[in-house]
Design a protein around this ligand. Sequence first.
Ligand code: ADP
Ligand code: MG
Length: 236
Amino acid sequence: MDKTSVRKKRAKKQKRTVLTEVESKELLEKAGVNIARTRLARSMKEAVALSKEMGFPVVLKIASPDVVHKSDAGGVKVDLKNAAQVRRAYQEIMTSIKEKYPEAVIDGVSVQPMAKPGVEVIIGMTKDAQFGPVLMFGLGGIFVEILKDVSFRIVPLLPRDAREMIRDIKGYPVLEGYRGQPPADVAALEDMILKVSEFVDKNPQIKELDLNPVFAYSDGALAVDARVVLEDEAVG
Ligand code: ADP
Ligand code: MG
């Protein structure tokens, strides 16, 4: 049996509904969300070719429906500056994944340009039993994980909701600029939140969604990771 039919069979059996980063980004890009340009490479050779096409430095990430937390599994290599580094990163990713997830079905690796650093924020969606789809906004890293500094609004959001939910978090001053940092483009974040709201409102088959992280810049915002989870019944 070839790889595709194995995948289909497994997907059916496990009702697997988690889309890969590449698949998730494709949907969100179509929805107008500003997403880091990302392509799937099915071999080391393809990874090198795509890196050259995109321009160094690049980021390589494991592309597998079975690996949800990519960096925890040694599946993310950033700031690769040339073909030799891309080849080594590809090897290291595959070695690590085979060790940690020996059963994983591997599509290949995603290749994307290394984005310039920004303030990391998170935009997420979950479904509440009572309210249905709810959007979450927070600053990345410890702000969400330890301090639980997040705000929520029910979908569909109005522009005013997007404005308020950003300003509601305790960490908002970080976005206003501090210690000589320029303020983040909050309007771009509002726009991204509204696009995500529209996307999930139009697609009830989406169960969960995460843009983690989104880099907020003084001019614009860019999502570098995405994860979409579908409802069980949405998978044939
Ligand atoms: P996961 O959340 O599955 O571990 P991510 O795709 O979020 O994997 O990557 C881990 C981290 O690597 C991110 O939090 C971000 O800091 C960094 N990163 C990911 N993609 C890029 C990119 N295109 N440019 C710069 N940094 C990136
Ligand atoms: Mg992530």
